[in-house]
Design a protein around this ligand. Structure first.
Ligand code: ADP
Ligand code: MG
Length: 870
């Protein structure tokens, strides 16, 4: 069928529906079923704005009150008919009934005449509507605009952070009780949660032993009797007089042979609008002074009166492409779902919104970063080959692939924004080094930023040893200051003073004459707090003048007054905290370098796109060859003795070990050894002849660094640590890590811990101690034993524990929380990202009128996230 025929088919069905008084009876399964099928075959017809509009109007049709159905059908038909009218001459009096221009296909029939009386009929239907709806409510109205809400309840809602009607609309249920399947009394199964419609037969109040009133209500239907007992005031008796038809939902018990419900949820029976029973009943997060029924009634009122006023910020074509409910509909269904299918549709829509707002935000962030020019850095093959020849190994396939992507980015005049994700030990440093060398070969500087001084120092030692063998022919920097270039100090220092200064700097940097490679040796500086004031000044001057090629340090590299001569590339290692703000700071300083962020934290792709959605990603999914897998065992606390024997054996062979404890100090609530207790216990009772150290997060950074250095220098045999044990720290002689209370850590974190060993030539071990033996722990710790693939583990964690635990560190980076969307929903995220890209491609600043609502929403969403983060 071609497009026109498709539209005609749609029009005919709508017309039939209108003739049938909009009772949603012409299509088996409801009009929406038809629309769904139609959408699948409509193809090109979907491009027609009037069709999009019609589908938007009719979404959620089955749930609409009759008056609205009629209005929407009429509006949809008007739009569709206009499609056929359009090409007719302006004065055509024949109207659409007969003038449908079908000449091109010849096969189509005209749309049936259906609008003759459309408007009057609709109007009369609207007034026939018996329900008198409460007046609509402004979204920004305060909560006391709702009837029945007094100051006390306003206060209770405020404790939940809710002040306006709109906020209540986004205060979603945290679960739903399924009271939707009604039964007769005789059918009720004891022990089940059931719902029943019956008539009040008898009401008794009596006083309980504690002096409080209780109410006993007997209800009956044609099949039997049911007793309901309420342990609360007499008001209930008044509310449910004999003869009143009611709905009860609750767990069925039995008392003296009679079926009974204890404190069931109960409300007067109404044909349509059940709130607390007989449906999927929402249960909302509550607080002191806010009771379930009250909250639900108030929220129902808000939803009924205000949800229809919510403007849909999604452009209709986006909504249609993604097959989503209109926003008002989704909000209503999220709170009071008709059934599970509608609930799922509501979740889809609202989850899509969250993903979309995040994606638009991160992609705009990317635009912002990449909106200004950077220096294209050409690929110097000879220098790269020299670098490769000095590496003590061949790059893995994954490293080669990542470098190809990185070099391609660096050659572009937009600043690279790339994330290098690779499991511990996958060789990220070598990749960063290769990229930094290219920056230097182009006459620019490089910077490498580590999260701690000790890691900075580790990088410095490693990179200095490697790079001092690599020749980088010095080109004149095409860097920042056009004027400064004339000075040309990098090419050939002319005067003796400059020469002397350079020599002094080289000495300061620890370069011996051989390292100079006739002036082609890379000049690497370590910028840490341990530099003396005078040295520091010299090094800073060297950086400002471009005499230092590569600077390594902590985030002081951007926060403090470091002036670069021409910064070409910044590599950031293992810094979860390197977020938008830091990047902005780099930019504010006028630097516009390429940027490579490295992380060993394996996270599933959905989360990567959420937290790091503004970065392109390269993945090192391959380990360097010849690594021995770390042997991992899960043991019970009773088996600790055996584990200690193992530790002793390893230490006797000259190795070292970590022991990780979840807590610093002992806790009354948690029956687990703390790090402090553990250190004392191990030192005095288990290994009195060995040296047992202690490190935890309450120490000063300097103290922590000292202890780590001492451990690396083998001044301890065993280091007891909390989770602070530094990410990325390299102690190749450590071969065993024993983790107490292993069930308390996320899998990604356990995997990070495990990465502390297996860094040398010796076989390494990871021992997980846990007595918790529930299904989930068994699966998680079992997964640790079974695989050492960090990405696989992150996925297992996500499946088993949901998203919450994975959201470490996102607070700091100001990424919004997800209320509805699930991180396992890859498909929805992809759809949202695609739409976000499409929108921004055509309208990068969201300046078009059709994007005005979206723009405002994105801004409000991110402002809220930033506010929470700070
Ligand atoms: P991470 O990705 O955890 O930062 P590193 O860069 O510290 O990993 O590398 C871990 C170890 O693997 C280092 O000792 C490094 O020299 C070595 N390495 C890196 N790449 C390779 C390779 N392609 N082949 C062999 N060893 C490699
Ligand atoms: Mg590393």
């Amino acid at each position: 069928m071609d497009e026109r025929e498709q539209i005609i088919r749609l029009g005919k069905v709508l017309a039939a529906e209108e003739r049938a008084a909009c009772a949603d009876s012409v299509i088996e399964g409801g009009l929406e079923c038809f629309l769904e099928r139609w959408r699948d075959t409509a193809n090109g017809a979907l491009a027609e704005p009037a069709v999009q509009e019609a589908l938007a109007l009719l979404a959620g049709y089955g749930a609409l009150p009759p008056a609205q159905r009629a209005d929407r059908i009429a509006a949809a038909l008007r739009g569709l008919r206009a499609i056929f009218r359009a090409p007719a001459p302006p004065d055509a009096s024949s109207q659409s009934e007969t003038s449908t221009p079908v000449a091109t296909t010849g096969a189509a029939e005209p749309l049936p005449p259906l609008h003759a009386n459309g408007t009057t009929r609709n109007a009369s239907r609207a007034t026939r509507n018996t329900q008198k709806p409460a007046p609509p409510l402004a979204l920004d109205a305060p909560l006391n605009a709702l009837s029945g809400v007094g100051p006390e309840m306003v206060g209770a809602f405020k404790r939940l952070g809710l002040r306006t009607i709109e906020e209540v609309l986004y205060h979603f249920p945290h679960r739903y009780d399924d009271y939707s399947k009604q039964k007769t009394i005789a059918e009720l199964s004891i022990g089940e949660v059931e719902t029943v419609v019956a008539e009040v037969a008898e009401v008794k109040t009596f006083r309980m032993k504690n002096g409080r009133d209780a109410v006993e209500i007997q209800v009956s239907d044609a099949t039997g009797l049911l007793k309901a007992v309420f342990f609360q005031g007499r008001w209930l008796a008044k509310q449910f007089p004999v003869g009143r038809k009611v709905v009860l939902s609750g767990k069925v018990g039995s008392y003296m042979g009679l079926r009974q419900m204890s404190s069931p949820s109960m409300e007067p029976y109404a044909d349509d609008e059940l709130i607390h029973t007989g449906r999927l009943v929402p249960v909302h997060p509550l607080t002191k002074g806010l009771h379930e029924r009250n909250a639900r009634s108030v929220i129902k009122q808000a939803v009924d009166r205000a949800a229809p006023l919510v403007e849909d910020f999604l452009p209709p074509e986006v909504r249609l492409r993604a097959g989503l409910l209109p926003l008002p509909e989704a909000l209503a269904q999220m709170h009071f779902p008709q059934n599970y299918a509608m609930l799922e549709k509501a979740r889809q829509r609202l989850g899509f919104d969250e993903f979309l707002l995040i994606q638009v935000g991160v992609l705009q962030r990317k635009q912002l970063w990449q909106g200004i020019r950077s220096h294209p850095l050409a690929f110097h093959e000879a220098v790269h080959d020299d670098f490769l020849s000095k590496l003590p190994f061949n790059l893995t396939g994954a490293q080669v692939r990542a470098l190809k992507e990185i070099f391609a980015d660096m050659e572009r005049p937009v600043p690279m924004a790339r994330l290098l994700q690779g499991d511990v030990g996958s060789g990220k440093t070598a990749v960063a080094a290769a990229a930094l060398v290219q920056s230097i070969a182009n006459g620019f500087q490089g910077a490498l930023m580590a999260p701690t001084e000790i890691l900075a120092e580790q990088h410095y030692k490693g990179l200095k040893a490697l790079l001092k063998q690599v020749r980088v022919p010095r080109k004149q920097s095409s860097g920042v200051g056009g004027q400064e270039e004339q000075a040309g100090q990098a090419e050939a220092p002319v005067d003796a003073e400059a020469l002397a200064q350079l020599d002094e700097l080289k000495r300061l940097l620890g370069m011996v004459p051989e390292d100079d490679l006739d002036g082609e040796g890379v000049r690497v500086a370590l910028l840490t707090g341990s530099l003396g004031a005078k040295e520091r000044r010299r090094v800073l001057a060297g950086i400002a003048e471009g005499d230092v090629d590569l600077v390594i340090g902590t985030h002081a590299l951007i926060t403090e007054g470091v002036q670069y001569h021409s910064l070409g590339l910044v590599c950031i290692d293992e810094q979860h905290r390197f977020g938008v703000e830091q990047r902005q700071r780099l930019k504010d300083k006028g630097f516009n370098p390429h940027m490579l962020v490295m992380t060993a934290t394996p996270i599933p792709r959905t989360l990567t796109l959420t937290i790091y959605g503004d970065l392109d990603t390269s993945i090192l999914n391959e380990r360097p060859p010849g690594r021995q897998p770390i042997k991992t065992r899960w043991i019970s606390a009773a088996e600790r003795e055996k584990a200690y024997k193992h530790l002793r054996r390893e230490i006797k062979a000259g190795r070292q070990a970590f022991v990780i404890c979840p807590l610093v100090e002992e806790s009354e609530k948690i029956d687990l050894p703390s790090a402090i207790e553990m250190q004392e216990h191990l030192q005095h009772e288990v290994f009195p002849d060995l040296r047992v150290g202690l490190i935890h997060g309450q120490l000063l950074p300097r103290e922590k660094d000292e202890i780590m250095v001492a451990f690396r220098n083998h001044e301890f045999d065993i280091l007891v640590a909390t989770a602070v044990v530094e990410v990325g720290i390299d102690v190749p002689n450590a071969t065993t890590i024993l983790i107490e209370g292993a069930e308390r850590f996320g899998l990604s974190q356990l995997h990070q811990f495990r990465g502390r060993v297996g860094r040398g030539v010796h076989q390494s071990f990871c021992i997980l101690v846990s007595d918790v033996d529930n299904e989930q722990t068994a699966q998680r710790l079992g997964a640790m034993e079974a695989t050492d693939d960090g990405f696989r583990l992150a996925e297992v964690d996500l499946e088993l524990r949901g998203s919450g635990d994975l959201f470490f560190g996102t607070r700091q980076s100001g990424t919004p929380d997800l209320k509805v969307a699930r991180l396992t929903d890859v498909r929805l995220l992809d759809a949202a990202r695609t739409e976000a890209q499409r929108i921004l491609q055509s309208d990068p600043q969201l300046e078009r009128p059709e994007h005005a609502k979206l723009k405002a929403k994105v801004e409000a969403f991110w402002a809220a996230a930033q506010a929470e983060a700070s």
